[in-house]
Design a protein around this ligand. Structure first.
Ligand SMILES: [Zn+2]
Length: 512
């Protein structure tokens, strides 16, 4: 997925900033309290921040995809805003990745159907008969001679999309369409560049319609994939309190990039703005433990920014396993204002999904639960599926948690009874689409979750009680356990279908 040969030397990282020890530099400020930091979070500030991101998207082709104008404006705004406080050491951490995206037109017998891009698909424009492929298109023998010069229609399943795109090309197809084998749209990735035919994904429902049409006689399809592929430099923004104990650090964050299809104001403008609001509020106070804010880039392309950061922290530039061990906890906020929301908390103790986070993740989950309980609102556990930036931290054995209000999954009757909203409708009907705008945020969820972030940040800025202090060896064991666990996350998510909010935010990371 990553083109590692083009990754530039990572540049500066400076995870541990030299300078102020303890909190002696905060003269005149009072020690932070949970109650006060929560009170400092105001809806009007959150909405103003979300509007800012909307403006960046509007001025740049309607999106904030990494390395494009809308995303660069987001990064610069975060950098300047944090720097201006004087409270943080702020860096922009550069890295280079291949960016791909496309506009797609797909029609059959003159009727347009929605189709999703497969990351790394080449461009292509063909009008030709649609030819179904036998079985699931994982063998060359599945592709009949008639595929040559025509558009192949293939079921999802068993082997990677890249294999299907390669076999279709080898059979002489001029385009390929993969239909889902479960309900819902199908976006994905070919995992890297290759010798592919232009390929898109469609829903199971449209696939069935097209198979019926073909069974009734020859049908003509038009598939136009207009793809961009270019190396882009992009940046994580890292801000760390100048004060506080640098050997006991809280890290929290969200991702700054959107998908190409829309402005990404819930995903993840909401997390970005909620975390930023807490960063600004914190500047009024004295703290005991250092707090580091991570605004990750290129999450939608496969969690690239957060992994890049952990890699540089572990690596030779200025990091080490000891550097990673100073991170006592990581909190992730990716989609916290879904319009048809649930108040989801990552299941750190494994009680709901049996995918337990490193020791201390249970405490982090409980602290979020306690906040909602005190507010008199319900919450539900959300699975650690490994599909947001917390994955990089879990895989390094760092106790993690966070909040998630849901993506394309349908709201259940039970959830509607708990949270209101509409059962049978997506928690975020605009997920990864042009409609993910500032108008479509849930203000209630946005405010409540941002205050919940403030509550946990204030707590850990004072004390990590309940989150064990790790040795390097302990962290290594926890990291191994997490890597092992992640392999089962998809299976568990499948078993709990309809009850978990497992989706990435990066559906584009699906390989088969
Ligand atoms: Zn996201």
């Amino acid at each position: 997925m990553k083109v590692s040969s083009i990754i530039a030397a990572a540049g500066l990282i400076a995870p541990a900033f030299a300078g102020d020890k303890g909190y002696g530099n905060d003269k005149g400020k009072k020690l932070v309290t949970q109650k006060e930091l929560v009170k400092d979070i105001k809806l009007k500030d959150l909405l103003a921040g979300a509007q800012k991101l909307q403006d960046f998207a509007n001025a740049n082709g309607g999106n904030r995809a990494f390395g494009g104008g809308g995303h660069n404006a987001t990064v610069d705004w975060l950098y300047k805003t944090l720097k201006a406080t004087g409270y943080y050491n702020v860096i922009k951490q550069p890295f280079v990745e291949l960016f791909t995206a496309a506009t797609i037109d797909f029609s059959v017998n003159g009727v347009e159907y929605p189709a999703s891009y497969m990351t790394y698909s080449p461009s292509g424009n063909a009008t030709a008969p649609l030819v179904p492929v036998a079985n699931i298109g994982c063998d060359a023998a599945d592709y009949p001679a008639k595929v040559s010069g025509n558009i192949a229609l293939i079921s999802r399943g068993t082997c990677p999309f890249s294999q299907k795109a390669t076999l279709a090309k080898a059979a002489g197809a001029v385009g390929a369409v993969v239909y889902n084998n479960v309900p819902g749209p199908l976006g994905g990735t070919l995992g890297g560049v290759g010798d592919y035919v232009a390929i898109v994904g469609i829903t199971q429902e449209v696939g069935t319609t097209l198979l019926d049409l073909v069974a009734a006689g020859e049908v003509t399809a038009t598939l136009d994939v207009n793809a961009i592929a270019e190396n882009r430099t992009t940046y994580n923004v890292i801000a760390e309190t100048k004060t506080g104990d640098k050997n006991n650090v809280l890290v929290l964050g969200g991702h700054t990039d959107s998908v190409f299809a829309g402005p990404g104001i819930n995903d993840d403008g909401s997390g970005t703005v909620g975390v930023l609001a807490v960063a600004k509020a914190l500047t009024k106070y004295k703290i005991k433990n250092a707090v580091r804010f991570g605004f990750w880039s290129a999450e939608e392309f496969g969690l690239l920014g957060s992994y890049h950061y952990l890699k540089t922290l572990n690596g030779t530039i200025s990091g080490s396993a000891r550097e990673v061990a100073k991170i006592r906890a990581y909190l992730n906020f990716d989609m916290i204002a879904s319009p048809n929301y649930v108040l989801g908390i990552y299941d750190g103790d494994g009680s709901a999904f049996n995918l337990t986070g490193p020791t201390g993740s249970d405490t982090i989950e409980k602290d979020f639960e306690d906040f909602f309980k005190k507010k008199g609102v319900p919450s539900v556990p959300s699975i650690f599926s490994g599909r947001s930036d917390y994955a990089a931290f879990l895989q390094n054995g760092i106790p993690s948690g966070g909040l998630f209000t849901g993506a394309e999954e349908l709201k259940t009757e039970e959830e509607a009874a708990l949270f209101g909203g509409t059962a049978g409708t997506s928690l975020d009907p605009n997920y990864h689409q042009a409609g993910d705008t500032v108008e479509n945020l849930s203000k209630e969820a946005f405010l409540l979750n941002s205050q919940s972030i403030a509550n946990s940040v204030a707590k850990y800025a004072l004390s990590f009680k309940g989150i064990p202090k790790p040795s390097v060896a302990h962290r290594k064991r926890e990291a191994e356990a997490s890597r092992f666990m992640v392999r089962f996350a998809d299976k568990v998510a499948e078993e709990h279908k309809g009850h978990v909010h497992a989706s990435p935010c990066g559906q584009g990371t699906l390989l088969q």
